[in-house]
Design a protein around this ligand. Sequence first.
Ligand code: SF4
Length: 83
Amino acid sequence: MAYVVTDPCRGVKDKSCIEVCPVDCFIEGEDQLFIIPDLCINCGNCESVCPVSAIFADEDVPAKWVHYIELNRTESDRLLAAK
Ligand code: SF4
């Protein structure tokens, strides 16, 4: 299980989530932030501070955004590899 950044973050990137994450598992993409799933400890801190309600626990992601679960994994892998 991990938390997932979904569609409302696109074009917003407020970044309040970064400040409250105890394990530094956010990574910034071109349009939105992503959570590195293998680092997330499921504390839930980020979900409540996101001003656009973009963050969900993976089992709570709305059906229309369920592809973001895989996207957080693939995009965070890609962005880490590019660092
Ligand atoms: Fe970081 Fe906690 Fe959010 Fe996971 S749930 S991304 S550990 S703040």
